[in-house]
Design a protein around this ligand. Structure first.
Ligand code: AMP
Ligand code: MG
Length: 317
C-alpha cells in the first residue's frame, strides 16, 4: 500500500511538473515592423504582455518609419513638422551626441547617401558626381535640435531606432512583470533574464562564430555581410562612411556590442564599424558596455577582460 502511494506521489509530481513546464513553455510572437522581422519570445503566461509589446512597436513605427506616409520621421523629412515628440527628441539627441563623439562618422543625416546606395536594388556603385551631389546635404551640424530645424537635410534612423524600440519593449515587458524574454528586432536583441546568444560568422552567415551567455543585456551586431551587393569582385554594403559617401571600409567584418542599453549598442556598433578597431575605446564612455570585433583577416578584438566577464564559446578556431 505504501509503495502504491509512493508511485502515485511520483506520478502526481511528474504531471504537475509537466503542467508547469507546459504553462511556462516559451512562445514566440512574430511581426513585421521597422522594415524587418520582429520576434518576441516570452513564457506562455506572458503572451498578453507580448501582444502589448507589438502594439507599442506599431506606435513606434508611426514615429520612426522613414517610408510610412504620415509617420513623424516622414513629416520631418518633408519639412512638415514644427515640434518633435518625446521619443523622437530622445533618439535625435542621442544620435547627435554620438555624431559629436565620432566626429560625424556616425550621422543620421546620411539619408541622401543611403537613398543613393539603395543597397536592396543597386547592382553598380554610384558615380563620383552622384556621391558629391548627395554629400551636399549630409552633416549633422546642418540640423538644429532646439528649436528643431532640419532645412534640406534628410534623416535616416536605421542605425539607432530599432535599438531605442528594443529598450522601450524591454521596459514595457518588465513593467508587466515579465522575467524572461528575448526581444529580437531584426537582429537587434534585448534580453530579460539569462540566455546564450549566437554571434553570426561574418564569413559564412549561415553559421555561428561564437556563443555568449548574457543576462539582462542587449546585443547588437553591425556587419558587412548583412545587406550588400557585389560588383567587379568588390562588396558594397549598407553601412556608409558619411565623410566620403562610400561604404565603410575599416577592415572590420562585424562588430557586436553588448550593453544594458539597446540604443547605445545599436549606435555604437554602426559607429565602430565605420571608424575601425581603434574606436573600440568609445565603449569606455558607456557603463558596462563591451565590444567583440571580428576583423576581415579573422583577428578578434574585444574590450578588456571580455572573456573573463562573459562565458564565450568559439566555433571558428
Ligand atoms: P546598422 O545595421 O545598425 O549598423 O545600421 C545600418 C543602417 O543605418 C543603414 O541601413 C542606414 O540606414 C543607416 N546608416 C548607414 N551608415 C550610417 C552612418 N554612418 N551613420 C548613421 N547611420 C547610418
Ligand atoms: Mg546600429
Amino acid at each position: 500500500m505504501k509503495k502504491f502511494f509512493l508511485i502515485l506521489l511520483v506520478l502526481m509530481l511528474c504531471i504537475s511538473s509537466f503542467a508547469c513546464d507546459k504553462k511556462d513553455e516559451p512562445l514566440t510572437k512574430q511581426g513585421f515592423f521597422f522594415d524587418t522581422v520582429i520576434n518576441i519570445t516570452v513564457d506562455e503566461k506572458d503572451m498578453p504582455a507580448a501582444e502589448a509589446a507589438f502594439t507599442l512597436c506599431h506606435e513606434l513605427e508611426n514615429t520612426f518609419s522613414r517610408t510610412k506616409n504620415g509617420s513623424e520621421l516622414h513629416k520631418i523629412n518633408n519639412q512638415d513638422i514644427s515640434s518633435l515628440s518625446t521619443d523622437m527628441k530622445k533618439v535625435l539627441e542621442f544620435a547627435f551626441s554620438i555624431s559629436e563623439m565620432t566626429d560625424g562618422a556616425f550621422d543620421v543625416t546620411v539619408a541622401p547617401l543611403t537613398d543613393l546606395w539603395d543597397i536592396k536594388k543597386r547592382t553598380v556603385p554610384p558615380t563620383k558626381e552622384e556621391l558629391d551631389t548627395a554629400l551636399v546635404n549630409v552633416g549633422y551640424k546642418k540640423v538644429s535640435l532646439q528649436p528643431f530645424e532640419s532645412g534640406s537635410s534628410s534623416i535616416d534612423l536605421g542605425a539607432v531606432a530599432k535599438g531605442y524600440a528594443a529598450d522601450c519593449v524591454a521596459k514595457l515587458l518588465k513593467e508587466k512583470g515579465v522575467k524572461h524574454a528575448i526581444i529580437d528586432l531584426g537582429g537587434n536583441v534585448a534580453l530579460i533574464g539569462e540566455y546564450t546568444v549566437g554571434i553570426t560568422n561574418p564569413f559564412d552567415k549561415d553559421s555561428l562564430f561564437a556563443r555568449i551567455t548574457l543576462k539582462d543585456k542587449s546585443v547588437v551586431t553591425s556587419g558587412a555581410y548583412q545587406r550588400y551587393f557585389e560588383y567587379e569582385g568588390k562588396r558594397y554594403h549598407h553601412i556608409i562612411d558619411p565623410r566620403t559617401g562610400m561604404c565603410a571600409d575599416s577592415g572590420i567584418a562585424s562588430v557586436t556590442i553588448i550593453s544594458p542599453s539597446s540604443m547605445q549598442a545599436d549606435a555604437l556598433s554602426t559607429a565602430i564599424f565605420v571608424l575601425g578597431q581603434d574606436s573600440i575605446s568609445l565603449c569606455k564612455s558607456f557603463a558596462d558596455t563591451d565590444a567583440f570585433i571580428i576583423m576581415e583577416n579573422g583577428d578578434i578584438i574585444t574590450t578588456e577582460g571580455f572573456d573573463q566577464k562573459y562565458k564565450t564559446e568559439y566555433f571558428n578556431q
